[in-house]
Design a protein around this ligand. Structure first.
Ligand SMILES: N=c1c2ncn([C@@H]3O[C@H](COP(=O)(O)OP(=O)(O)OP(=O)(O)O)[C@@H](O)[C@H]3O)c2ncn1[C@@H]1O[C@H](COP(=O)(O)O)[C@@H](O)[C@H]1O
Length: 131
């Protein structure tokens, strides 16, 4: 498994892959006969959203297997499949991994517990205001 130190050049893989996926969009002339991505995009959202559901399940199964002494590299393999299919969906909606990274950066430093309690307080205020 890799360490965090060698991750910077690897992060560029996401940007390069996003560009390739974008080039496979029907509007960009992606050819469903020669490209898996173009075929998936050509089939439309039902096809790639179904794949995302399947790949998410594969991640869970690989992780449960790893919990019981199974091969951890299978978790990596399945998460790669999941990320890839999510990237196909992002391209369809005109979005990029950079948009997701920006959202993660926005959340940086805010505990999930803190965020959840803020969200509940806002919902409570809105409900009181509506009365
Ligand atoms: N990263 C990937 C990638 N990851 C997974 N896959 C494909 O995703 C498919 C679905 O995976 P599954 O394990 O579910 O296989 P399956 O049961 O055969 O799938 P389905 O029949 O249900 O589609 C497989 O055909 C994989 O080869 C990928 N196909 C392409 N890429 C990248 O996308 C680029 C462009 O690909 P093309 O558009 O095909 O040229 C490639 O150069 C790669 O960098």
């Amino acid at each position: 498994m890799s360490t965090t130190q060698d991750n910077a050049p690897q992060a560029e893989v996401l940007a390069r892959l996003a560009q390739i996926i974008e080039s496979r969009l029907p509007a960009r002339g992606g050819d469903p006969d020669s490209s898996y991505v173009a075929r998936l995009l050509h089939k439309g959202p039902d096809a790639f959203l179904k794949k995302i559901g399947e790949e998410a399940t594969e991640v869970v199964l690989a992780a449960k297997d790893a919990d019981h002494g199974g091969d951890r590299s299978k978790v990596v393999y399945e998460v790669a499949d999941l990320w890839f299919h999510c990237m196909v969906a992002l391209a369809h909606y005109g979005l990029t991994p950079a948009d997701v990274i920006q959202e993660l950066a926005r959340r940086e430093g805010t505990s999930g517990i803190e965020e959840k309690s803020l969200r509940k307080a806002v919902a409570r205020e809105a409900a009181e205001g509506a009365r």
